[in-house]
Design a protein around this ligand. Structure first.
Ligand SMILES: *Cc1c(COP(=O)(O)O)cnc(C)c1O
Length: 548
């Protein structure tokens, strides 16, 4: 057993074993640092992803008969890191975080004490951290911390599922026994994340009962359409159970008007006597902007520029209303820059949890003892990681102001990017509001965005422009090691002149997430696009002249 014990940290905290562990950490940190290159997206050289890449892994895989030395374990792990995308200034594709140092240390503590967040007796650190961040963030968004509740769970997707489960159990407390009623309906914007789609599938409500509401030009939910569709459901004897209000759509950062949604819900409740409609704020993308809820834009202590201030002020107006929602989410692993998975589900009223809590008789192993007073029998997980520790550490290290600086910089860089892109390239249109994301679309000749938006182009032409952007995405995608832009095949829907079917719009995405993406870098981003666009247009013209 002596040899086996060497695979574990010490029992008595002796220096020798600590130094050994530290030396492994040092090797890993040093080797990964050696692979970093600020001019590239990847750590070291990307492996060649031949067609049989994963098949070869499958064939080669075998548990070694004897354990290999730790040095070799480390070598093998570092091989996996080779060619890994690394979120630095060249990454402008999606909401992928570069975990901040405090969050890494929080994660390390989580692993070292390895608590089980299921029960405070088994995981006191995570329990206390979870309760503390729940209170901190409740106060921030305007929930009453003495009646709110919160727990970390499996992502923004998991939060949508958890909130739907609360809504079902609150409406039909017997559904846990008898199954889900057949006449429940959910509503979300046509631009919402697919989280609700998966959740209605899994909850047994069915996708047919998920009603998609039209989006406005600013990518927020159209409230007239919502009202009409909800009334129609009620008229047909259905139950409007749940509305998903997206606070920052994944591709375009549209923010739904939660105050308006709440007003419609309450009107319907009054006039039709329907059961209170559950509203979940899907703030996975935008929730961090609640950090400006109490910012004083008049005295502007962090001296934000006027154009940045204007955007942040409009967010303050919208995000202050998030307190009207029955629940919301903080996805720290998006704009909060922490490791996967660090998502906090915040619930306005902890009473809701009683509908989904396990009966004491069902939990013979944990909870409900004389010792321990925090048992999360209401979560879908049994054992839970203590990811609240990483969130807690980040909140301490950044403070309100640190996060405000970080979040304001996303806006600042996007403003500069838009200005330069439209100045330097004539055949481009920026297709969303100023936000941490810029979506844009190129045209073979001149911009047709206004015509597309207003339904003046025929189907064929819109499809051609989509194709043009799709091909260009391939071109710059192949060069993603220099700058990695994102793209989407459904930035929004538009109407065509010769059809009543709505068509999706393809667009490129600029999503600055790294703290190293500053306005000084904007030249490089635009230069990269310009250069490749010129090459692409030349190639394309040559192709057409050959065909022609
Ligand atoms: C990313 C995202 C989700 C899913 O969150 P995960 O943490 O990836 O599970 C849900 N909704 C919106 C709006 C998102 O942007």
């Amino acid at each position: 057993m002596k040899e086996i014990q060497k695979l574990f940290p010490s029992m008595d905290g002796n220096e020798l074993q600590r130094e050994e562990l530290l030396s492994y950490f040092k090797t890993i940190l040093t080797k990964i640092d050696e692979l970093k290159d600020p001019n590239k997206l990847t750590l070291g050289i990307m492996p060649e992803y031949t067609e049989d890449y994963y098949n070869r892994i499958i064939e080669k895989a075998d548990v070694p008969k004897k354990g290999v030395p730790m040095e070799e374990v480390i070598q093998e792990l570092l091989k996996l890191a080779e060619g890994h995308r690394y979120v630095n200034r060249n990454y402008v594709a999606n909401a992928a975080p570069l975990p901040n140092i405090a969050s890494m240390i929080g994660n390390l503590v989580m692993v070292l004490v390895n608590g089980n967040n299921l029960w405070d007796v088994e995981g006191p650190a995570a329990a206390a951290a979870e309760i503390e961040i729940t209170s901190m963030l409740s106060k921030l968004i305007g929930y009453d911390e003495s009646i709110s509740a919160g727990y970390t769970t499996w992502g923004g997707q998991g939060v949508v599922f958890n909130s739907l489960r609360l809504a079902i159990a609150r409406y039909a407390p017997s559904s846990n026994e008898n199954g889900v009623p057949q006449n429940l309906y959910c509503f979300c914007s046509e631009l919402s994340h697919y989280s609700l789609y998966k959740s209605v599938e899994a909850a047994g409500i069915g996708v047919k009962n998920m009603i998609r509401v039209k989006a406005n030009a600013d990518h927020s939910m159209n409230l007239d359409d919502l009202k009409e569709k909800m009334a129609l459901v009620i008229g047909n004897g259905g139950v409007p159970l749940y509305v998903l209000a997206t606070m920052g759509t994944t591709d375009t950062f549209g923010v739904d008007d939660i105050e308006g949604i709440k007003r419609i819900a309450e009107d319907l409740e009054r006039t039709h006597g329907v059961f209170p409609i559950y509203i979940h704020a899907d703030s996975a993308m935008g929730g961090m902007y609640t950090f400006f809820n109490h910012y004083d834009f008049e005295s502007n202590p962090l001296r934000f520029e006027d154009n940045v201030k204007k955007v942040l002020r409009s967010y303050q107006h919208k995000f202050k209303q998030i307190k009207l929602a029955d629940s919301m989410v903080f996805d720290f692993h998006k704009l909060g820059q922490t490791p996967y998975i660090t998502s906090l589900f915040l619930i306005k009223n902890r009473e809701y949890l009683k509908y989904v809590d396990l009966d004491a008789a069902e939990t013979p192993y944990v909870g409900n003892r004389g010792y321990g007073s925090y048992h999360t029998g209401f979560t879908l997980e049994c054992s839970r990681m203590g990811s609240a520790l990483a969130i807690y550490a980040s909140l301490l290290a950044f403070g309100m102001e640190g996060y405000q600086e970080l979040l304001a910089n996303y806006i600042r860089v996007n403003i500069a990017f838009r200005e330069m892109l439209t100045r330097e390239v004539s055949n481009v249109a920026v297709t969303n509001e100023i936000s941490p994301i810029t979506t844009f679309r190129f045209y073979p000749e001149k911009t047709e965005w206004d015509n597309e938006l207003n339904g003046h182009l025929p189907v064929e032409e819109i499809m051609e422009i989509n194709q043009f952007n799709d091909e260009f995405a391939e071109v710059i995608g192949a060069e993603r090691d220099t700058v990695f832009f994102g793209n989407t095949k459904k930035q929004r829907l538009v109407e065509a002149a010769d059809s009543n079917k709505q068509l999706p719009v393809y667009a490129h995405k600029f999503f600055t997430i790294s703290p190293y993406s500053t306005i000084e870098e904007v030249d490089r981003y635009v230069g990269f696009l310009k250069e490749h666009l010129e090459i692409f247009l030349k190639m394309r013209n040559r192709k057409y002249s050959i065909i022609g």
